[in-house]
Design a protein around this ligand. Structure first.
Ligand code: PEP
Ligand code: MG
Length: 539
């Protein structure tokens, strides 16, 4: 048995097809005819483009236009003046051969991406490697080859699968894949989820543990695979697979169904997003809207803060896509574990208790103004609610609201429109806010309970520390009481309450939260249908 990272759920039982890793030797021999070498590279680039166009067309068919866009990005890379232009320049300036030029520039790009803090951006290095691998294969005369899959129930095992390899997998034959490297947010993992084939990545040495033809079980839920299993184990997994498929089919029926408890209470089940495009997944899983847009992700992996125009476009995208469904956008929650290279924060002993989120925004109005103006401007494009993070008391909410009024006056003077129906709320993630919820509720339009922080502050158990993870318990009576107080406090004044911390998608907590009267649950897109199912089973 081998354990890796469960990248796409489901079960598969099949035969291994081991992808050989063909090494292409790159030497740094010098060339004499620069122009001829550049022409060789240009031919390889043209061939790569042609292949990628075909792959993209195939991907559009198998996983839809949006997911296939990654190949458009690959095609664009082939024309990128710094990427392929840089390769040409390498040949010209250093008289090196084209293979070496591709290798040099790729290494530089990969190093830049891999050094980025954001996991998503870091994993984009895989796209660069993918394009580069294709160019190199074409230069070596080995381009355009497919994976050679002819048998049904094939389980592809490889060092890594590039996005283009993944897109070409024939779903009628390939039932799962396993790789040595990769993470949950690598493109091959994302694509496996879109194609709905089980996958385990990061297995480290699976390619040396199996050979082509071995029989293998893939458990994409636990992230384990069993090599050459006994018949009894096969039977056990066959049964698990059947139950899983039946459950998934059942869950899909809930897309588009309004979530109501047995007693008829309507509950919104929404998705959390970090980038505007994430909204597509929320909608695909039948989300009732967005319950948390963590806008700090717009500020990360860049050299300066996003401009008003950039932010406006991001918010507008989400508001338009959701077509009138509610979108809760949280203002910048930087500090704690989230830092920005261009915004140095003071060294603090306890950054989670320090200068962060609303505290920082009220101090740095220059930064806050850009975001509030962008939000106000975007508000005319949909159903917007805005919330402030880390509110500990009324003064902070009032100060934030006063600043919003200032921004409205500015916009009005400039003749720029905004909506009068935006709802203004707060995250309840500091125990003080939960305890004073009945007071705060008189002033806000809604609450959203941020249990990720609320739990750590209530139990004095750092959410990042493995050592005290045993104390970090969402079902601790103190946490539950604070949640109940928050919901009761809001309802006393006719306000609604959502929850956007991980606890909202926790299957073990949902029944209790429904019983307490929570009005809205917001979670990662893939948890929406399971949550809906549990909610409709409640009284
Ligand atoms: C929370 O604290 O529960 C929350 C949703 O915010 P974050 O995880 O971004 O701190
Ligand atoms: Mg928080």
């Amino acid at each position: 048995m081998k354990k890796g990272i469960a990248a796409s759920k489901g079960y598969a039982i099949g035969k291994v097809l081991l992808q050989k890793h063909e090494e292409i030797i790159i030497t740094d021999s010098k060339i004499k005819d620069v122009e001829a070498e550049k022409a060789v590279l240009q031919n390889a680039l043209d061939a790569s483009k042609e292949q990628l166009q075909k792959i993209k067309a195939k991907a559009v068919e198998s996983m839809g236009q949006e997911k296939a866009e990654v190949f458009e990005a690959h095609i664009t890379l082939l024309d990128d003046p710094e990427f392929t232009g840089g390769m040409m320049l390498e040949i010209e300036s250093n008289s090196i051969n084209s293979l070496k030029a591709v290798d040099n520039i790729t290494n530089t790009f990969v190093m830049i991406f891999e050094a980025m803090e954001n996991t998503y951006m870091r994993e984009r290095a895989a796209d660069i490697k993918d394009v580069s691998k294709r160019i190199i294969a074409n230069l070596a005369g080995k381009g355009g080859e497919d994976l050679g899959i002819t048998e049904e129930n094939t389980i592809v095992v490889a060092e890594d699968l590039t996005p283009s390899d993944t897109a070409q997998l024939d779903r009628t034959k390939v039932v799962a894949f396993l790789t040595n490297i990769g993470g949950r947010t690598s493109h091959s993992a994302i694509m496996a989820r879109t194609l709905e084939i089980p996958a385990i990545v990061g297995l480290k040495d699976i390619t040396t543990s199996v050979k082509t033809g071995d029989s293998i079980i893939v458990d994409g839920i636990e992230g384990i695979c069993i090599i050459n299993p006994d018949q009894s184990v096969i039977d056990e997994y066959m049964a698990k697979k059947e139950i899983f498929i039946a459950k998934e089919e059942e869950l899909k029926k809930l897309i588009g169904v309004k979530t109501k408890t047995k007693s008829g209470k309507r509950i919104e089940v929404c998705g959390n997003i970090g980038q505007p495009e994430d909204v597509d997944n929320v909608l695909a899983y039948g989300g009732d809207g967005v319950g948390l847009f963590r806008t700090e992700f717009l500020y990360m992996d860049r050299e300066s803060a996003p401009t008003e125009e950039e932010q406006y476009n991001s918010y507008k995208y989400v508001l338009e896509k959701t077509e009138g469904k509610q979108v809760v956008i949280r203002t910048l929650d930087i500090g704690g574990d989230k830092t920005l290279p261009y915004l140095p924060l003071p060294e603090e002993m306890n950054p989670f208790l320090g200068y962060r989120a609303i505290r920082l925004c009220l101090d740095r109005k220059d930064i806050f103004r850009v975001q509030i103006r962008a939000l106000l401007r975007a508000s005319i494009h949909g159903n917007l609610a805005v919330m402030f993070p880390m509110i500990s008391g009324l003064e902070e909410f009032q100060a934030a609201k006063e600043f919003v009024e200032e921004c409205k006056v500015e916009l009005k003077a400039e003749g720029i429109a905004y909506s009068d129906t935006i709802q203004w709320g707060i995250m309840v993630e500091i125990p003080a806010a939960a305890v004073c919820a009945d007071e705060l509720a008189k002033h806000v339009d809604f609450f959203s309970i941020g249990t990720n922080d609320l739990i750590q502050y209530t139990l004095a158990a750092d959410r990042m520390s493995e050592k005290v993870a045993y104390l970090y318990n969402p079902m601790h009576p103190a946490v539950l009481r604070l949640i109940k107080m928050t919901i009761d406090g809001a309802h006393k004044h006719g306000k609604w309450v959502g929850m956007c911390g991980e606890m909202a998608g926790d299957e073990a907590a949902i029944a209790t939260l429904v019983e307490y009267g929570l009005d809205e649950f917001s979670m990662s897109a893939t948890s929406i249908l399971t949550a809906k199912k549990i909610i409709i089973e409640q009284k």
